[in-house]
Design a protein around this ligand. Structure first.
Ligand SMILES: *[C@@H]1O[C@H](CO)[C@@H](O)[C@H](O)[C@H]1NC(C)=O
Ligand SMILES: *[C@@H]1O[C@H](CO)[C@@H](O)[C@H](O)[C@H]1NC(C)=O
Ligand SMILES: *[C@@H]1O[C@H](CO)[C@@H](O)[C@H](O)[C@H]1NC(C)=O
Ligand SMILES: *[C@@H]1O[C@H](CO)[C@@H](O)[C@H](O)[C@H]1NC(C)=O
Length: 396
């Protein structure tokens, strides 16, 4: 066994529970190069995905592949998670106990000025960069407390998550944020009589690095009904392979080999794969696919090359095919426009589309038009260069 196989074997010891009747991934993965975007509709073992039930198995498989190779393991809900609402109603404290260790963290809550609720809410990683509609509550989670993201050398294993699970846990910062957001939702459910949040109408958002985290949260936490990654770029809604291709064409774009030297967003072992992204059995169109059929609105910036807008566009178009297969193409949208600062919310078409997504997924307004694939410049994605698979009909 070489080092990589050892690492993969080790990671396999701690995988998530699979749905019954699904075939299991082997302990040692045989990674073989595929320069195109891997098919969402072919199992690791080569079998096709033809039914909705098979997609559920494939979904589990994709989730496990991401956890083994890229994000690190996202632990399940520990036995004890509780919440308490502050006296002034403005925050919730989440307390989690696992194997006799306890951590707690606090998230702020801001309600609409009018109305009684229960209100839909937007959970924002670190702070808000999207406009908050007047009838929607905001919950801000200080995810950096759960896992720090200051640098690749100093932040590994630092934060409340690691106080609970140990410094050497495979979870990357982003995996730890998914876990933390899930515990926040557990705590909101635990205190449902004491607050005015509708826990069935939760969105998540964040920009840039927190946009990368946002997509991870949406992919791995099924209680989120609307995911809004803003300017998440490479490592978020962009694809590794597409970013590499852009770099090969001379664009100054963030790529996998660079990203692992910048921060601890990915599991430590991922650094051993970044020079061979063609060997990954997934790319981030499949992270997008994990969100399906729940609402997903990808916002990116057309004018910042480092983000790789062409990559985010192509990756979104590819990921949207999972939605199409499930008969829900209009549950996923992408809008990429320029002429604003990084993380400044654009008051252009993106704003209009954002409102439609809020209406549809937080207020169940079925007439809101969310059938959106938009960019204000030509981002030149050629499907035939990247997609060599067909879209099955998986919906019943
Ligand atoms: C890995 O996959 C390649 C290409 O499909 C195949 O030729 C090779 O035999 C496989 N190796 C193992 C150990 O399964
Ligand atoms: C983490 O791993 C290192 C290196 O293998 C080891 O020295 C250390 O004891 C481990 N720490 C914990 C808390 O397990
Ligand atoms: C990555 O590969 C290097 C060199 O083979 C090895 O020393 C290291 O332990 C590997 N990283 C992980 C997290 O396994
Ligand atoms: C639902 O969405 C449609 C289309 O955007 C809009 O015209 C209508 O006012 C919305 N209905 C409600 C109740 O908000």
């Amino acid at each position: 066994m070489n080092t990589l196989q050892l690492l993969l074997a080790f990671a396999a010891l701690s995988v998530t529970v699979w749905a019954q009747g699904c075939s299991r991934l082997p302990r040692n993965l045989n990674l073989t190069a595929n320069p195109r975007l891997p098919s969402p509709f072919t199992f690791y073992n080569g079998r096709p995905v033809r039914t909705a039930a098979q997609w559920n198995c494939r979904r589990e498989e994709i989730s496990e592949l991401f956890q083994r190779l890229e994000s690190g393991e996202i632990p399940p809900k520990p036995r004890s998670v509780s919440g308490s609402i502050s006296k002034d109603d403005n925050s919730i404290t989440v307390k989690v106990t696992h194997r006799r260790r306890t951590i707690s963290f606090t998230a702020s809550i801001k309600y609409p000025e009018e109305g009684k609720g229960p209100f839909p809410a937007i959970i924002a990683l670190g702070g808000t960069t999207v406009p908050i509609p007047s009838n929607v509550a905001t919950i801000i989670i200080q995810h950096d407390q759960i896992a720090q993201q200051q640098s690749a050398t100093l932040s590994r294993g630092v934060g409340l998550f690691y106080d609970l699970y140990g410094k050497n846990h495979t979870a990357s910062a982003m995996a730890a944020w998914v876990w933390g957001t899930s515990r926040l939702i557990d705590a909101l459910e635990d205190t449902s009589r004491r607050h005015r949040i509708n826990t069935r109408r939760l969105a998540v958002t964040g920009c840039s690095r927190n946009g990368k985290g946002t997509l991870m949260v949406g992919a791995f936490e099924p209680r989120i009904v609307l995911t809004i990654p803003q300017e998440s770029g490479t490592g978020g809604a962009g694809c590794w392979r597409l970013a590499k291709d852009l770099q090969n064409r001379g664009e100054n774009v963030q790529t996998a080999p660079q990203i692992v030297t910048e921060n601890v967003w990915f599991t430590a072992g991922f650094a051993n794969l970044t020079s061979r992204v063609d060997d990954l059995p997934f790319d981030h169109h499949l992270l997008t696919g994990l969100v399906a059929p729940r609402g997903l609105f990808v916002i990116d910036h057309a004018g910042i090359n480092w983000l790789g807008p062409k990559s985010t566009y192509g990756c979104s178009v590819a990921g949207r095919k999972v939605y199409e297969a499930l008969g829900a193409a209009d549950h996923m949208g992408v809008s990429i426009t320029g002429n604003h600062n990084h993380c400044q919310f654009p008051e252009d078409k993106t704003g209009e589309y954002y409102t439609a997504f809020i209406d549809k997924f937080l207020f169940r307004n079925s007439s809101a038009d969310t059938d959106i694939v938009y960019s204000d410049v030509d981002l030149g994605f050629k499907e035939e260069d990247w997609i060599d698979w067909k879209v099955p009909k998986l919906a019943k």
